[in-house]
Design a protein around this ligand. Structure first.
Ligand SMILES: Cc1cc2nc3c(=O)[nH]c(=O)nc-3n(C[C@H](O)[C@H](O)[C@H](O)COP(=O)(O)OP(=O)(O)OC[C@H]3O[C@@H](n4cnc5c(N)ncnc54)[C@H](O)[C@@H]3O)c2cc1C
Length: 693
């Protein structure tokens, strides 16, 4: 008889314990165990903060799965889909093809993912803290910040490099704050240009206590110890946005700092999201024995599962302790099923909690006993040492830890060339993205939002808006191509997300890809404001002209975002102006449709594969249009409107109430603006002629 094939998806605490227990219980001839994990190692999350703080080497917090699990077939592959009807998983091969594998039982133990999207700007500017890469990158970045602080001649800039902000004070936030603080403060003696007093480590926490998971006495101890070690703890405070400058708080303050670590926010893995099974707040609901509700051969354990603990009838905590126990007991239940025995519900009394707070200090609550300080720290490290897979590894890690207690932490780092990078950035309304005169470092493409191009008059120092740029527009090319400082400032008008290409990478692209180089040069000619220098009379006239008298009334036909393609084209054909505005359910401007769009829409349809195209005429028109069109507000001048049209090569623009209220109020045509210009210039010339005579 063929052995039962058990496929385990994930390689964390739950999955490893499941595989280990099953291998101990069943022979290879009875059961074939395949474990699929995106990485080839298991991560000991509680030790990640130590990796970031350079107090342990990376290998102490990651254990290779194939060495941990002899007798289990470990595959470093991401499972793309699980089909519970056909009992198959889909995995993508190195050539990009999907391959399918049948299972007799599947165990879903793929944990949770970090989700920085919950606070604007976090995904662009903060470090997540979930996987090994996060800890390694953070460690590199911290050392880099100290090197930059040492080299900075500007005092404010040096302070910015030495400010570290940690968002969230649960286990991971507290541990990472303690470790970052210890690493930076203990390293200041190796630098000449800053001292310990210059270092600021701040924890921002929305509740009135840190470490909500432990008892109040230990929380208080942890907070006092951390504050004594120099960590500032801001309680009852929320981070509302992150930018390149730092973190904006709910009380309006801006905490400036070059390092932001966001330890809050988790997301359900896409694999679980796509699974059509009962869920509770995104987690998979299981029966007490841990089979997925409604399934006979599918199990779920760990952070991705919603499992009621029979010990207290409460949902299990999403911690390593629970994931391990669930993994073990689910495996035993599977063995019982294979042997025709009754299963047992998940029942577990938590053993306690351990949390390191930096500086060889920890808090612990074990079997109801509370321990804090150095003994708790020794116990904390001891517990994780015993969890490592082999004795050779335990001895190696123990020696590393002893070394760390006796000698300073390692301050070497690999210098990555930011000029070769593609990065993301977030700016709040009113934030400057760069100032006129700043050196050019990046080429920026607007992913979301609207920016103003500003230029200040060298004589009067008065700053004026030259044009507006929107989603899909770009800037920074002129200064990079000409190797000179920026000639204009760029300011975010709304919240703005950018994709930014480092100068060296940009030069490679623009230099070797001629059509792009040509396009950039043309765009630069428009962006630079050069046109106004050559038309000195035009600029003041248009600047003084408000939009009110130039606006055409709102057309009677507005398209809804729900409109289908066939209806939209019919409406366009019947429209007297040939220009339509698309509004969302709040009646806010979503997009525009005019005759010029028809060719682009056809090109967009042509790239959709035939097999997935379906009946295009019945699809929503918004599938083919670009959201966030170029627009101006009632408060803008005719100069801004005209420059924006020139910049985008378009002949009309929607006008909305204001930046806060995107309700369309009318539209502007370029010919109307030019006509007004001619009238004003004629008046001016007549006036001058009258004075002369
Ligand atoms: C910084 C930090 C500190 C923590 N400290 C503690 C602590 O002190 N004590 C404690 O008890 N708990 C702690 N936790 C929580 C604990 O780590 C988790 O509860 C535990 O890891 C959950 O185990 P799991 O098996 O469900 O998932 P995980 O350990 O997260 O493992 C899931 C694995 O599945 C893989 N995976 C995901 N999707 C797929 C896919 N489609 N295909 C293949 N593989 C996939 C992932 O790459 C990952 O390796 C901490 C967590 C963090 C982030």
């Amino acid at each position: 008889m063929n052995p039962t094939r058990v496929v385990i998806v994930g390689g964390g605490f739950g999955a490893v314990k499941f595989a280990e227990t099953l291998r101990d219980q069943l022979r290879a001839s009875e059961c074939e165990i395949l474990l699929f994990n995106s990485e080839n190692h298991m991560v000991f999350h509680p030790l990640l903060a130590d990796v970031a703080g350079a107090s342990i080497n990376v290998d102490a917090a990651a254990a290779p799965l194939r060495q941990m699990l002899p007798g289990v077939e470990c595959r470093t592959e991401r499972v793309q889909r699980i089909d519970l009807h056909s009992s198959e998983i889909a995995i993508s091969e190195s050539n990009g093809n999907l391959s399918h594998l049948h299972f007799d039982h599947v165990v879903i133990a793929c944990g949770a993912e970090s989700n920085l999207g919950i606070i604007p700007g976090m995904s662009e500017h903060a470090f997540a803290f979930k996987v090994m890469r996060d800890a390694i990158d953070l460690r590199q970045h911290i050392v880099q910040q100290m090197e930059s602080a040492e080299a900075a001649s500007d005092l404010d800039r040096r302070r910015w490099h030495l400010n570290f902000i940690i968002v969230g004070a649960g286990f991971s936030g507290t541990e990472v704050a303690g470790e970052v603080n210890e690493l930076v403060r203990s390293s200041t003696r190796f630098y000449r240009n800053f001292r310990e007093e210059d270092v600021v480590v701040t924890v921002v926490h929305s509740q009135d206590q840190i470490l909500p998971e432990v008892v109040p006495a230990l929380r208080e101890f942890a907070k006092k110890k951390m504050e004594k070690a120099g960590v500032t703890v801001l309680l009852n405070t929320r981070a509302v946005a992150a930018t390149h400058e730092g973190v904006e708080l709910n009380d309006g303050r801006m905490l400036k700092g070059g390092t932001i670590v966001c330890t809050i926010g988790t997301a359900i893995s896409p694999l679980v999201q796509n699974l059509d099974v009962p869920k509770e707040r995104g987690r998979i609901r299981t029966t007490p024995e841990m089979r997925i509700e409604g399934q006979t051969n599918a199990w779920a354990v760990g952070d991705c599962a919603y499992i009621i603990n029979a010990y207290d009838n409460k949902p299990s905590a999403t911690t390593a302790q629970f994931a391990e126990r669930q993994g073990r007991q689910a495996a035993l239940n599977l063995v019982r099923i294979l042997k025709g025995e009754p299963t047992q519900p998940f029942r577990f009394k938590a053993l306690g909690q351990l949390c390191s707070i930096g500086g060889y200090q920890a808090v612990a609550e074990l079997f109801g006993v509370h321990i804090s300080g150095f003994p708790a720290w020794v116990m904390w490290r001891g517990v994780y040492l015993l969890k490592l897979p082999t004795w050779s590894r335990r001895i190696k890690v123990a020696l590393d830890w002893a070394w760390d207690v006796l000698f300073p932490r390692d301050l070497s780092f690999l210098n990555t060339d930011t000029a070769q990078e593609v990065t993301h950035a977030y700016f709040r309304p009113g934030d400057f993205i760069h100032h006129q005169g700043d050196p050019a470092r990046v080429f920026s493409v607007i992913v979301e939002g609207q920016v103003e191009v500003l230029q200040s008059d060298p004589v009067t120092s008065e700053t004026k808006v030259l044009a507006l740029l929107n989603k899909g527009d770009f800037f920074g090319e002129g200064a990079l191509l000409g190797s000179r400082p920026h000639e204009t400032s760029i300011r975010a008008r709304t919240a703005v997300r950018l994709q930014q290409v480092g100068s060296a990478l940009f030069a490679q692209f623009a230099g070797s890809f001629t059509p792009l180089g040509d396009l950039l040069l043309k765009a630069f000619a428009r962006h630079s404001g050069d046109i106004w220098r050559r038309l000195p009379l035009v600029k003041p006239i248009l600047e003084g002209e408000s939009l009110g008298s130039l606006i055409d009334p709102l057309p009677s036909e507005l398209l809804s975002t729900e409109a289908i393609y066939a209806d939209a084209i019919k409406t366009l054909e019947q429209s007297p102006t040939g220009r339509l505005m698309v509004v969302d359910e709040k009646q806010h401007l979503w997009g525009t449709l005019d005759r010029d769009n028809i060719n682009q829409i056809l090109a967009r349809i042509a790239v959709i594969p035939l097999e997935t195209r379906g009946d295009v005429t019945q699809r929503k028109v918004t599938d083919f249009l670009v959201a966030n069109p170029v627009y101006v507000t009632l408060q803008d001048s005719a100069l801004v409107a005209f420059a924006t049209m020139l910049d985008h090569g378009i002949g009309w623009l929607p006008v909305v109430k204001s930046n806060d209220d995107l309700q369309p109020v009318g539209s502007l045509r370029s010919e109307k603006i030019v006509n007004r210009l001619i009238e004003k210039m004629t008046q001016l010339q007549r006036g001058q002629a009258a004075v002369a005579s």
